[in-house]
Design a protein around this ligand. Structure first.
Ligand code: ZN
Ligand code: ZN
Length: 130
């Protein structure tokens, strides 16, 4: 009665990086959406408002004649469906804090215990003597 109810779903290809190890991620999500597009003249007569609403602030989706613009609707739906912190795997161990190696590629990755920074200067002297 007031407009056209649009229901659908979009298959979206994702491309990004794991937040822990920066590994490239490619994925697909199916994004459902639904929105009522109101007939144009319905909006302007609503409530008898004297001051016309700023079209930029107006959240109402409208028909443009016989056409409707799916882009804003689709963009909002896709943004909400995106993972907030994408991971290559749920238990991605991330990167080595010392050398930046990707730990998932090298599960046994380890370093010798770091020298206490207070002795670092001594180590430099020792290397100088060699
Ligand atoms: Zn990862
Ligand atoms: Zn390392």
């Amino acid at each position: 009665m007031e407009g056209v109810l649009v229901t659908g779903s979009a298959l979206v290809g994702l491309d990004g990086e794991c937040v822990r190890c920066l590994e490239r991620i490619s994925d697909e999500v199916e994004v459902p959406f639904q929105e009522l597009f109101v007939y144009h003249d319905q909006v302007s007569h609503r409530g008898g408002d004297a001051t016309p609403a700023d079209p930029e602030d107006d959240e109402t989706s409208r028909l443009e004649g016989d056409l409707l613009d799916l882009e804003p609707l689709l963009r909002d739906a896709v943004v909400l469906a995106l993972p907030f912190q994408p991971l290559c795997e749920d238990d991605c161990p991330g990167l080595c804090t010392e050398c930046g190696a990707r730990l998932a590629d090298d599960p046994g990755h380890a370093h010798e215990a770091a020298i206490d920074p207070r002795w670092g200067r001594l180590q430099e002297l020792q290397q100088g003597d060699d």
